[in-house]
Write a protein that binds this ligand. Structure first.
Ligand code: HEM
Length: 508
């Protein structure tokens, strides 16, 4: 037999097997896949928009082939409910590509863990210990410190005569709050000094985050075509070095906390202290503690900053809504003090602004994909075990069948009808729903609302000079989390007495 015949026969058998598998099931409709690559070359970079367009053509449940992996995307309320409620348990695994597998030590954390005893245990730690109202309340001074630090730094920028009338890059200020808040919450450390200088550990932390993104992005198309992977071996050494570096930094921080606890005799509220003191009770390995701490960074940092950036863009485009939120703040908080989280119940319009921004611009528009751990039927179609299921929460929240004038930014809609966004109303799912719903939802909402409250109470916001509100670019950057494609530039003008622009620093 000629030597080239063997590989050709193997490939043919594989393709035939795949074809047989596809024909055995009644799969949801979708764009026609090519052999081997599937639909990979048809998918446009901003995936959730592309999937929403395909849903228009093929219906609310579609099949999209990433190489040889079937991805099913659902785009309406009823099917979101089928996925996240009726079939929640069968669809609660995660797909780990090779980098996610390395970063999570094959699912020893929470985000990348499959549904099973380990997942149930760490989820319990989150629900019963980490994200309980008492701890979130105890950590509130950190949030207020960071939000007031943001206000002070914007004030310093815009009262500097050199910057008079000039716009600022909003994301820079939001990013600092998100970064400092999450590192303090997880690691109990503010890596940045009051002067904005990042210490050595902070630089190492930032370098690790950047390197992780680089390694994650380095994965080729072969990720989706398992039998091609031999041509694209993982940079094992680079991944091992990255993991070692991450572990070294985290262990050093953990040791500092252990020493401090031994000295003071009491544990602090930060997650690192909480996890170390709960280690025995829940039988948590060191890998799991490190994994959980980094999960919080991965899931809780960009998401909050993104939500506020979109909300501010909408408020600048809609001066009427901005003014209405400010009138409410002036009435409830006044001009003698700054807003705090205890004001939230008296600020319904502000809360609606946050909700409306999360409706139109969920920072994770396709949530995180869930993987089927058995064969499931959704909407009468087969979803074979091992397929990935995505809920296009962006499309669901803009579905004209569920929302009146869905594309309009109108916070009042939630005064007229109170729609839950914590996973109970399947029209609005920025945090997902079901057993994998975001455990940080309340924390995220508090931080987003607090940032918006301060930004609006302290400043008037207008577009950069020469830009009309409707010229602000509202398109998205591609990626799992969706930043604005063109970062928002805006002019901030102080509107409160100057003594209210001081950071309220706390040492905790
Ligand atoms: C506006 C802010 C946030 C949004 C919109 C958001 C949204 C989400 C979404 C959609 C998921 C996936 C749910 C699923 O797979 O079904 C998720 C998961 C997760 N989020 Fe958030 N999140 C936010 C903030 C946070 C914060 C502040 C933290 C922690 C400090 C956090 C921690 C997590 C974790 C650990 C998971 C994984 C849960 C699991 O796999 O079981 N999130 N989040």
């Amino acid at each position: 037999m000629p030597p080239y015949l063997l590989p050709i026969s193997i490939i043919t058998i594989l393709l035939l097997y795949k074809l047989y598998q596809r024909m055995r099931f009644k799969l949801p409709p979708g764009p026609r896949p090519l052999p081997i690559v599937g639909n990979l070359y048809d998918i446009k970079p901003v995936r959730f928009r592309c999937f929403a367009e395909w849903a228009q053509a093929y219906g609310p449940i579609i099949s999209v082939w990433f190489g040889s992996t079937l991805n099913v995307i659902v785009s309406n309320t009823e099917l979101a409910k089928e996925v996240l409620k009726q079939h929640d348990q069968q669809l609660a695994d995660r797909h780990r590509n090779r980098s996610a597998a390395k970063f999570s030590k094959d699912g020893k954390d929470l985000i990348w863990a499959d549904y099973g005893p380990h997942y149930v245990k760490v989820r319990k730690v989150c629900t019963l210990e980490l994200f309980v109202p008492k701890r979130l309340e105890a950590l509130r001074p950190i949030r207020e410190d960071e939000v007031t630090a943001m206000v002070e730094s914007i004030f310093n920028h815009c009262t500097n005569p050199e910057n008079k009338g000039k716009s600022l890059l909003v994301k820079k200020y939001l990013g600092a709050v998100a970064f400092n808040n999450i590192t303090r919450l997880a690691f109990g450390k503010r890596f940045e000094t009051a002067e904005g200088v990042i210490d050595e550990q902070g630089l190492e932390f930032k370098a690790i985050v950047a390197n992780g993104l680089k390694l994650g992005a380095s994965l080729a198309m072969a990720e989706h075509i398992p039998w091609l992977r031999w041509m694209f071996p993982l940079e094992e050494q680079a991944f091992a070095k990255h993991e070692a570096r991450k572990d070294r930094l985290t262990r050093a921080i953990m040791e500092e906390h252990t020493l401090a606890r031994e000295k003071s005799g009491g544990a602090k509220q930060h997650f690192v202290d909480a996890l170390l003191t709960l280690q025995e009770k829940y039988d948590l390995s060191e890998d799991t503690i490190i994994g959980l701490l980094w999960d919080m960074i991965t899931a809780g940092m960009d998401t909050t900053a993104i939500s506020v950036e979109w909300a501010m863009a909408e408020l600048i485009k809609n001066p009427r809504a901005q003014q209405k939120a400010q009138e409410e703040l002036d009435r409830v908080v006044g001009f003698e003090r700054v807003v705090t989280e205890s004001d939230f119940p008296s600020l319904p319009y502000l809360q609606c602004v946050a909700k409306e921004a999360l409706r139109l611009h969920p920072p994770t528009p396709l949530m995180l994909p869930h993987r089927a751990n058995s064969n499931v039927k959704i909407a009468g179609y087969d979803i074979p075990k091992g397929s990935n299921v995505h809920v296009n929460v962006w499309a669901v929240a803009r579905d004209p069948a569920a929302w009146k004038n869905p594309l309009e930014f109108r916070p009042e809609r939630f005064l007229e009808e109170d729609v839950d966004m914590n996973g109970h109303d399947f029209r609005l799912l920025p945090f997902g729903a079901g057993r994998r719903v975001c455990p940080g939802a309340q924390l995220g909402i508090n931080l987003v609302t607090s940032m918006l409250g301060h930004l609006l109470h302290h400043f008037d916001w207008t577009p950069s000079e020469g830009v009309k509100p409707d010229e602000i670019d509202m398109s998205e950057n591609p990626g799992l989390v969706t930043y604005m494609r063109t970062s928002l530039q805006a002019v901030a003008t102080p509107r409160l007495p100057s003594h209210l622009y001081k950071r309220v620093a706390v040492d905790m």
